[in-house]
Design a binder for this molecule. Structure first.
Ligand code: PLP
Length: 483
């Protein structure tokens, strides 16, 4: 068991104070008396070397995209080029202050302007705001803009339709944004159909429908075939279409939400466009909109005036969604990534993301059930139902992968697949990596068939089987002395 730094504490142990060196006195800076506390602070007492080893040890127990294959469906854990990190760490970007006069930050404004333009082009949208700080924040921004749009037209339209395959943040954002959520069932192909949509709209009353939130390809990795008809119908009844573009890997350079008929899209720069994520670091969830929604975008946008750049405020803006201008360094990485790859490079991202997912799907399709089997896009969902009947669930397979040095796929999502394992390899993996993963999964299927209990042993994991429900419902995230 790994001890906390407090459990390693030994009374009286501390770092070495260097008081003087060869006649040269070194003065330790001390906090001013008014900021000092009298009572001893409950800090761990450990030697410097133990502090270093403690945290280096912890860092080595974690799993990241730089340490191994990470097929976490819907999360797009792709390798992010290190040169982009170096570029965004340059002081010209990293040391900018958000309050400095715009005349002194024209390069930064230009970068933001060019990213707005590039994302508009990639998505087929008229205008883009870089403000939102993450995907779900972009969704909320979108919902508030839909509401502002309807309010300006004197309409209420309280119902937002969300397909049953949608990401969990979609119904949450619609609800927080003030809509009532109506769930739309997918058919046996894992797609939403115009007929099912019309029936749901009729049930709620067409004039009450605010819109739909869709992902395409959806979270089953399936491309929605009737998307154009769905868009035409919803527009004909006065509703709007929201595109969850958290993951644009399958679309880049091939298909644009604007061309599919969507009115608003959010992007996760931290999935598709080169910002490492998964560790809680800053993300960015810009939104792009069609012309009629542009007046409602959050401010400030960046506008170009002749050769210069300035911040601009749309006429009917919903206001600010974030302090200052969004997470700037994520924008730097995104624009560098887009510029480095260029139009053709972005298309290759989509091609390889789709190819890699299909490759794994083909290799695993006989050993595992694939309920919505068809040519997939950037990801696919298999079911470990057959394995569950033999005694090992999707959770056990996921743990076994961790035990063997892989990050696990997303499990138990989407909810419409029992014992779901959602696999997204991304475009940055080699065929050798994909083969090694497939070989491992095929070996698991065999081992489960032979002896499921033995399969569940996890000799290499520091933590074996957690009380996951307990950890989620009663998380203890703070160490309190004596407890
Ligand atoms: C399809 C989809 N939509 C929305 C989100 C929400 O993005 P974020 O985690 O940045 O809020 C995610 C990310 O998990 C996602 O995969």
């Amino acid at each position: 068991m790994v001890k906390t730094i407090f459990e390693k504490s030994v009374a009286g142990r501390k770092r070495t104070d260097i008081a003087c060196f060869d006649g040269l006195e070194v003065v330790s800076p001390e906090a001013p008396p008014e900021l000092r506390r009298e009572a001893p602070l409950p800090l761990p007492e450990v030697a410097e070397v133990d502090v270093v080893r403690h945290y280096v040890g912890l860092s080595q127990k974690t799993f990241g995209i730089d340490s191994g294959f990470y097929p976490l469906g819907s999360c797009t854990m792709k390798y992010n080029p290190k040169v982009n990190e170096e570029i965004c760490a340059q002081p010209e970007w990293a040391c900018l202050h958000p309050e400095q006069p715009v005349e002194t930050a024209q390069g930064a404004l230009r970068l933001m302007y060019e990213l707005q333009e590039a994302l508009g082009e990639i998505s087929g949208m008229k205008a883009v705001s870089l403000q939102p700080a993450a995907g779900a924040h972009g969704e909320l921004t979108g919902m508030l803009m839909f509401r502002a749009y309807f309010r300006a037209r004197g309409e209420a339209r309280p119902v937002m339709i969300v397909p049953d395959s949608s990401h969990g943040t979609n119904p949450a954002s619609a609800t927080i944004g003030g809509f009532e959520v109506a769930h739309l069932e997918s058919d046996e192909r894992g797609m939403v159909t115009l007929d099912a949509l019309k029936a749901l709209c009729a049930k709620h009353g067409e004039s009450n429908i605010g819109g739909i939130m869709m992902t395409n390809p959806n979270t089953l990795g399936v491309f929605e075939q009737e998307v154009r008809e769905i868009a035409d119908y919803l527009h004909s009844i006065g509703a709007l279409l929201y595109y969850d573009g958290a993951n644009l890997n399958a679309n880049l350079g091939y298909v644009r939400p604007g061309d599919m008929g969507f009115d608003l899209v959010h992007f996760n720069l931290h999935k598709t466009f080169s910002t490492p994520h998964g560790g809680g670091g800053p993300g960015s969830g810009p939104v792009g909109v069609c012309g009629r929604l542009a007046p409602f975008l959050p401010y400030p946008l960046v506008a170009k005036d002749g050769e210069g750049y300035r911040f601009a405020k749309p006429e009917e803006t919903i206001g600010r969604m974030k302090l200052y201008y969004g997470n700037f360094l994520v924008m730097v990485r995104a624009l560098v990534y887009i510029r480095t790859l260029g139009r053709e490079g972005l298309k290759r991202v989509a091609e390889n993301a789709v190819l890699n997912a299909n490759y794994i799907q083909e290799r695993l399709k006989d050993a595992y059930d694939i309920p919505y089997y068809q040519r997939c896009m950037h990801e696919f969902v298999l079911s470990a139902d057959r394995q569950k009947k033999m005694g090992a669930r999707a959770l056990d397979i996921a743990k076994k992968l961790l035990n063997d040095g892989y990050h696990a796929p997303t499990i138990y999502f989407p909810l419409i697949v029992t014992e779901a394992m959602m696999i997204e390899p991304t475009e940055t993996e080699s065929v050798e990596t994909l083969d090694a993963f497939c070989d491992t999964m095929l070996r698991y299927a065999k081992e489960i068939g032979e002896d499921a209990e033995k399969f569940k042993e996890l000799p290499n994991l520091y933590i074996q089987h957690l009380d996951e429900v307990g950890a989620a419902r009663n998380p203890v995230v703070r160490w309190i002395p004596g407890e």
